[in-house]
Ligand binder design. Sequence first.
Ligand code: FES
Length: 106
Amino acid sequence: TDVTFILRDGSRRTLDIAEGTSVMQAAVMENLKGIDGECGGCLSCATCHVYVEAIGTGALPPMDEEENALLDGVAAERRPESRLSCQILATPGLSGLVLRVPERQV
Ligand code: FES
């Protein structure tokens, strides 16, 4: 599943993420600057915040209550396209997803 990140300096990086792996995990494993994922994906840190710029062919997994609540506490501005990347698991339909890294996570 190809997911592209727009980094803070404007450059783009595309990762091929294995099915079932969260976008946050993949970004952290690749040392992608701007995605911290401090809680390891257990929905308590909000340092995996991203802005969805473009979706792939499939829909994103819906946002649950907990993610919605945690997004109110993100360090950067919350926008309508804000998501927590630990809640987005790679599926073949997500290929083509483009995510923008926010200016800060803490
Ligand atoms: Fe902590 Fe996503 S990694 S909320």
